[in-house]
Design a protein around this ligand. Structure first.
Ligand code: FES
Length: 105
């Protein structure tokens, strides 16, 4: 399945995803430089912050309370915000476009 990452400057990276990985691992392996994933997915940083478009939020789900707390350290956080290491890839995400913030700091 195809999952895309769109930077604010318009750079788009299309990646082939398998089920079971998460959106942070996929991005880091695929060379999406706006997603750092500094803590390796341990929910201990906010460098995997992304925006999920409204039409996809039903598929990606809602953040846990712990994720919401960590999101307070993100830059440009709004109601679309997620820490993408917490989003496990499923078949329903084929065609998903993840929006990456301009800066994580
Ligand atoms: Fe650190 Fe997602 S990689 S919280």
């Amino acid at each position: 399945m195809k999952i895309s990452y769109l930077d604010q400057d318009g750079t788009r990276t299309d990646l082939d995803a398998g089920e079971g990985t998460n959106l942070m691992e996929l991005a880091v392996r695929g060379g999406v430089t706006t997603i750092e994933g500094e803590c390796g997915g341990a929910l201990a940083c906010a460098t995997c912050h992304v925006h999920i478009p409204d039409e996809w939020r039903g598929v990606t789900g809602e953040p846990s309370d712990d994720e919401r707390e960590m999101l307070e350290f993100g830059v440009g956080v709004d109601e679309r915000s997620r820490l993408c290491c917490q989003i496990r890839v499923t078949a329903a995400m084929d065609g998903l476009v993840v929006l990456t913030p301009a800066s994580q700091r």
